[in-house]
Design a protein around this ligand. Structure first.
Ligand SMILES: [Cu+2]
Length: 215
């Protein structure tokens, strides 16, 4: 995998070429709610007050105005269709949560995290051995495929230890997703939007994993 040092020369490479993603997840049809696929009948006014479970959050936000559908009566696949083949061995509640808003604007072509571009922002510091939950909220009107190097993101789709392990999690407009990271790799790791023109504009952070007692 690429470290921060590698990224300086090869920013476009995703660094996971040797991994076999097909072994990581399997398709699971059992949790799909087909009733939601006909979004024309959705009552948006009632959705605001509904509890938002992880599985519900993974569905596109109808209020975003960007709601993908499948052609010819097909099914648009969602992250809730993914399950890990084997249960994650040390699944537990996270030690802490970090808010990461995906921010920016098309008009001035600014793309940032929490309103700050990479060159202005402090690194995100994690402790080896802790388990961190990232709350990623896309405040923009574009998709952002968020990529973490060095460690898995366990996307919360409501399946606990069978939540899928991901290198890249696409966050749709108006959507909030939660991913858990078992912090198990010392070093400096890039965390960025995988639309590279967004990354170059500043939608990126350095994540530093330090040894020591977890906080
Ligand atoms: Cu982006």
């Amino acid at each position: 995998m690429l470290t921060m040092a590698d990224m300086s020369g090869h920013a476009g490479h995703d660094g996971h070429g040797g991994m076999d993603h097909s072994q990581t997840v399997t398709m699971d049809d059992s949790n799909v709610d087909h009733s939601t696929m006909d979004h024309s009948k959705m009552d948006h006014s009632q959705m605001a007050g509904m509890p938002q479970t992880p599985a519900e959050l993974v569905k596109p936000n109808p209020a975003s105005g960007v709601y993908p559908t499948a052609a010819n009566g097909g099914k648009f696949l969602l992250y809730t269709d993914l399950s890990a083949l084997t249960a994650y061995p040390e699944y537990r509640a996270p030690d802490r949560e970090i808010d990461i808003d995906l921010t920016g604007m098309m008009e001035r072509y600014l793309w940032t995290l929490n309103g700050e571009k990479f060159s202005d922002a402090d690194p995100i510091r994690l402790k080896l051995g802790e388990r961190v939950r990232l709350k990623m909220t896309n405040t923009t009107m574009m998709n952002h495929p968020i990529h973490l190097h060095g460690m898995w993101m366990q996307l919360d789709v409501g399946k606990g230890a069978h939540n899928p392990l991901k290198h890249v999690v696409n966050v749709m407009p108006g959507q909030t997703l939660y991913v858990d990271v078992a912090v198990d790799a010392l070093g400096e790791w890039p965390f960025h939007c995988h639309l590279l023109y967004h990354m170059h504009a500043g939608m990126m952070r350095k994540i530093i994993v330090e040894d020591g007692v977890k906080t």
